[in-house]
Design a protein around this ligand. Structure first.
Ligand SMILES: NC(=O)C1=CN([C@@H]2O[C@H](COP(=O)(O)OP(=O)(O)OC[C@H]3O[C@@H](n4cnc5c(N)ncnc54)[C@H](OP(=O)(O)O)[C@@H]3O)[C@@H](O)[C@H]2O)C=CC1
Ligand SMILES: N[C@@H](CC=O)C(=O)O
Ligand code: NA
Length: 823
């Protein structure tokens, strides 16, 4: 015997009822793969009808006749189902049956409106009409399909006490009645959910999850093989799919897990009402009426072996936390008895409790709607303790949420709490309270409500690791480096997702003109068109505000500009747990205090501030210094060629070539700064060597850097970049003289930065063939470190130090390393 139960949405419309009838037919006749079997089917009221009946009762009790209209609407809905499924010539008989039930309801309501009183007993009787009508209509529809089916009013089977609204079942009597009724059943049994009756015959209802409860009571009494709960989702999910788009179906789950998950918000089934079935070890399958081929979720005593340590994550969006604390509570027995005793007396349900072992405070979560009442109750109960100073004032914190990670796999398995706290910490989610039952299958945390979506997504991402970790990227600057980075992300997307389990989701893109933001992610095939058509006028403060208000997990801000103003946002972004990656040197080459501040904020927040491409583009220079420093090495001297542009110029500039043309080539090849004067004036190199010295542990200020400028004054003074190029042309003789002088000595021009004895110098030198810097080619950089450990022979890094591809790939590597760190 199988018991099937269909919820309100399943019997809510003509379309859905078509599905339900098909499912019932298949179940009773058997499909190709299964044999037909006896079935009992329990129905809820048509979706929305129970609420309408409650409203109708209230209206009648208030003396308003508006209820008549609502009654008509309920009647019409049931009539419409009849019209859709039952042949015309049979309809009038069924209409009459429905009318009969509706008449009974109307008589009852007339009585209520006369006496203007709605008792709990009458309320139950009124709401019982929902299931009685839906089941009546469903029976007629099923019979008209030629199936043998019997309507059963559950009030004849389920016997309860007289606690109206939430009646207690008299199991011995109920079980006997059910078994007797089914003993001579030879057709499909169609049963009203939710309702029962007292021994005196008064109608009662079974409370929350009522129709599930009916199915469970019947299944347990008959020792059913399976109970199928047909609803409108594909079984239970690892998280609420409205909040976590990557949530997926849980194929099997234990009763205990289902209980914990549903307590914390997963509303698919209400396990307490399935207790009778659990007790008899009857499996329950949760299925989707609208997608019947999906296997759904089986709830049973033992779940299948799992790939993941946790089974699901659920949440309660809105809770209030009550805190009772005081020195007088330490070591005093009975405080909690008094506290929870008085709460129980007032029927206040406590969702979560946490008490530190110091016994100095107890906090517990409740429904925020009860918060004011709880405060009054406790102030009164503890008045004497508060007056004597044993208990401090009782405080209530609002706007909080609870997240619960649930799973049998968590039991006796270490590292789960560590992972949970670590991922929330890195994402800046503050944990207000924690509770873990000793069953170890649920860790619950209380957090600010504003962080609920971020926390759920971050946790889901880290605990269900077969899916790629998501990195949410916000990019400013779509010039040479920015757009090259986007195309690298696009071409590496699949590789990162499949091989590195990292899903890079570009959420924001901005240049000086337009900014485009889409929390669902921007497709990198047509980002440029979308930016133009859908983007809005750029405002950096607004862009940064969006990043913060989206509050997405694993957020990274990438600055691919050379803008000076943008860096003012870094600190507040890091402080909001957004990592920052940048090739822009401005932030790290300003005041030393600012440089340190960014480092500290990142460290305090557990996020990353990465800028490998500040020096030598993609060459591993900053990482190398940081590695040496971490390992305790000490820097003595740094000597380097740090400008790809100048390197290229001096490697390419020869007699017969004009200097201005070589500079133009460098710009076209993507080596120069947006304004090439930054390179030729030595400013760019100045910034780089300053950053290297700082990384090497020296607290240098920009004023400690002495730069020998290469450019004649008119070049520097030129009002535009074009005018600057004209001036370069006009000063060709000066540059040729530099070249001729070096060539005459058989030497090459090199722009060398040196850091030694706390001082930085940058100058144009001509070096001979014996010098290690002589043999550079292209836009190569070379950096030579002399340290305590690399004293006799320096550590040298050499290679292309400018260009779009190498720079963007350095930014890319920083970005990916954040993905690995956050995961
Ligand atoms: N080229 C190289 O080899 C290397 C470059 N770098 C650094 O990379 C950075 C980018 O260089 P590159 O791509 O060549 O520069 P580009 O001039 O090509 O691009 C700069 C981009 O930044 C945008 N931008 C500038 N200011 C703002 C602002 N306030 N708000 C929004 N967007 C802004 C520009 O917008 P718009 O398009 O509207 O003008 C443009 O898209 C620089 O800091 C440079 O020092 C570092 C290492 C090597
Ligand atoms: N303009 C720079 C690019 C890298 O920072 C250079 O030429 O080195
Ligand atoms: Na680098």
């Amino acid at each position: 015997m199988n018991v099937l139960k269909f919820g309100g949405t399943s019997v809510g419309s003509v379309e859905s009822i078509k599905q339900v009838i098909q499912i019932i037919e298949d179940a009773s006749r058997g499909t190709e793969s299964t044999e037909g079997r006896n079935i009992a089917v329990v129905f809820s009221a048509m979706g929305g009808v129970t609420n309408q009946l409650i409203e109708i009762g209230r209206m009648a009790a208030n003396g308003s006749l508006d209820y008549l209209d609502l009654v008509r609407r309920i009647e019409d809905r049931h009539f419409n189902v009849v019209k859709a499924f039952i042949p015309v010539k049979e309809q009038s008989k069924v209409f009459a049956n429905i009318r009969g039930v509706i008449n009974e309801l109307e008589d009852l309501l007339r009585g209520v409106s006369l006496i203007r009183e709605l008792s709990a007993r009458t309320h139950d009787l009124i709401t019982s009409f929902g299931e009685r009508l839906s089941t009546l209509v469903m029976s007629e529809c099923i019979r008209s399909r030629g199936l043998s089916a019997r309507f059963c009013d559950a009030r004849n089977l389920i016997k309860t006490d007289a606690q109206f609204g939430q009646a207690e079942v008299n199991y011995p009597l109920t079980n006997r009645l059910i078994r007797d009724y089914f003993a001579n059943s030879n057709s499909i049994e169609l049963i009203t959910g939710f309702i029962g009756s007292t021994e005196k015959g008064e109608t009662t209802t079974l409370g929350r999850g009522g129709s599930d409860y009916t199915a469970s009571i019947i299944g347990a009494a008959l020792d059913a093989d399976l109970i199928e709960i047909w609803t409108d989702v594909d079984g239970m999910m690892t998280a609420d799919p409205r909040k976590v788009s990557n949530a997926f179906n849980i194929p099997t789950i234990t009763y205990a897990e289902a209980m914990e998950l549903s307590h914390f918000g997963a509303k698919v089934i209400y396990p307490p009402s399935l207790q009778p079935a659990f007790a008899r070890n009857i499996p329950i399958r949760v299925l989707n009426t609208f997608n019947p081929a999906h296997p759904g979720t089986v709830v049973s005593r033992n779940a299948d072996r799992r790939q993941y340590t946790i089974t699901g994550i659920s949440s309660i969006d809105d809770v209030a936390l009550v805190n009772v604390q005081g020195s007088g509570m330490i070591g005093v027995a009975g405080v909690s008895a008094k506290l929870f005793g008085v709460l129980a007396e007032h029927r206040i349900s406590v969702i979560l409790i946490s008490q530190a072992s110091s016994e100095h405070s107890i906090c517990f979560a409740i429904d925020p709607r009860a918060a004011d009442r709880v405060k009054t109750i406790l102030d009164e109960e503890f008045a004497a303790d508060i007056a004597s100073g044993h208990v401090d004032n009782i405080t209530i914190e609002r706007d909080l949420s609870i997240i619960a990670t649930v799973g049998e796999g968590m039991r006796k398995s270490s590292g789960i709490a560590g992972k949970l706290f670590s991922v929330l910490g890195k994402n800046g989610v503050n944990i207000v309270a924690v509770a873990q039952g000793s069953s170890e299958i649920n860790i619950s945390i209380v957090i600010a409500k504003t962080n609920i979506s971020k926390a759920l997504n971050a946790l889901h991402n880290v605990f269900f690791q077969s899916e790629a970790r998501i990195l949410n990227v916000f990019l400013v600057g779509t010039g040479l480096i920015g757009r090259t980075l986007l195309s690298q992300i696009r071409s590496q997307f699949e590789y990162l997702r499949n091989e590195k389990m990292l899903k890079v989701c570009v959420v924001g893109i901005s240049n000086t003109k337009k900014m485009l933001l889409d929390p669902k992610g921007i497709d990198l095939d047509d980002w440029r068109e979308r930016q133009l058509t859908e983007g809005v006028t750029t405002s950096l403060p607004a862009f940064v505000e969006k990043i913060k208000s989206y509050n997405l997990p694993n957020s990274v801000f990438i600055d691919c500009t050379s803008d000076k103003d943008i860096v003012q946002f870094y600190d507040s972004l890091l402080d909001a747990n957004v990592s920052v990656v940048t090739p822009n040197k401005v932030a790290n080459s300003g005041s030393y205090a600012e440089y340190r501040r960014l480092q500290r904020t990142a460290l305090n927040r557990g996020v990353k501030f990465l800028y490998e491409t500040n020096v030598g583009a993609g060459l591993p220079i900053i990482n190398t210094i940081q590695g040496l420093m971490t390992a305790g090495d000490r820097f003595i001297k740094i000597e380097a060629i740090l400008s790809g542009t100048l390197s290229y110029i001096f490697n390419t500039f020869q007699s017969g070539k004009k200097f201005v043309d070589v500079v133009r080539e460098a710009k076209e090849k993507g080596y120069t700064e947006p304004d090439p004067r930054e390179d030729l004036s030595g400013q760019d190199v100045g910034r780089k060597i300053l950053i290297l010295a700082r990384e090497a542990g020296f607290a240098l200020e920009p004023t400690d850097v002495t730069i020998t400028n290469l450019l004649p004054q008119p070049c520097l003074d030129a009002p535009t970049i074009d005018a600057f190029f004209e001036q370069l042309d006009a000063n060709n003789a000066y540059f040729e003289s530099l070249l001729t002088e070096a060539e005459a000595k058989g030497e090459k021009l090199r722009y060398v930065a040196t850091f030694e004895n706390g001082k930085v110098t940058i100058e144009l030198r001509s070096v001979g063939a014996d010098h290690p810097f002589y043999t550079l080619s292209g836009a190569d950089n070379i950096i030579s470190f002399i340290t305590e450990r690399y004293k006799d022979r320096p550590l040298v890094i050499k290679g292309p130090g400018a260009g779009a591809e190498v720079t963007a790939s350095g930014v890319f590597a920083d970005m990916v390393s954040i993905g690995s760190y956050l995961g």
